[in-house]
Design a protein around this ligand. Structure first.
Ligand code: ZN
Length: 194
């Protein structure tokens, strides 16, 4: 068991696109174990390989309740094959200690990936569930994309980052998502009390 150091926002490795895994070798199996150990020791629900300094397309998620037995899901070379709907999501990231902000996410995603024994599987997560959001968050890490790039309000997010002594948003990395924002705003205005 190895608990690895989690890289913090500002580290270039977090912005570097990760490479596909060609073979689920013993090196990859060790990486998966380290990801799991490091994620649990940090009380996270997900951790991607670049966060522990490895630019490889691997991440681990566990959205089980705290009092339930651990249920880690390993994703190797994941592909998002369907995404639809939109939700506002209040998110954090182990690479952004203590900093949380609102981001835009798809409500439903379908992902195809390999597990730690090299078997391929398809998983669908719906209704803006924690799993649906975590898949998108961790998947982004493999492309060097960070959750603050999806910020709904960059000024608010910048002040949160500053409060936690983290570098500001990189405006050139911000992702334009007018359709998601539109859907989120519509749903929210329907939810407002009369
Ligand atoms: Zn993250």
């Amino acid at each position: 068991m190895a608990i690895r150091k989690i890289l913090v926002y500002g580290d270039e490795i977090l912005r570097t696109p990760s490479k596909e895994v060609h073979k689920v070798s013993s090196k990859i199996k060790t990486l998966v174990k380290d990801l799991r150990d490091t994620m649990y020791s940090a009380n996270g629900v997900g951790l991607a390989a670049p966060q522990i300094g490895e630019n490889l397309r691997v991440f681990v998620i566990d959205v089980a309740d705290e009092d339930a037995p651990p249920n880690p899901i390993v994703f190797i070379n994941p592909k998002i094959i369907k995404k639809e709907g939109a939700v506002n999501s209040y998110e954090g990231c182990l690479s952004f200690p203590e900093a949380y902000t609102n981001v835009r996410r798809y409500a439903n995603v379908k992902v195809k990936a390999m597990d730690s024994s090299g078997r391929s599987f398809v998983l669908e997560a719906t209704d803006g569930s924690l799993l649906a959001r975590a898949i998108q968050h961790e998947f982004d890490h493999l492309d060097g994309v960070l959750f603050v790039d999806h910020a709904r309000n960059r000024f608010e997010t910048d002040s949160v980052l500053k409060e936690h002594n983290l570098p500001p948003i990189q405006s050139e990395k911000l992702i334009d998502e007018p359709e998601l924002e539109d859907q989120i705003s519509k749903v929210q205005s329907q939810e407002l009390p009369e």
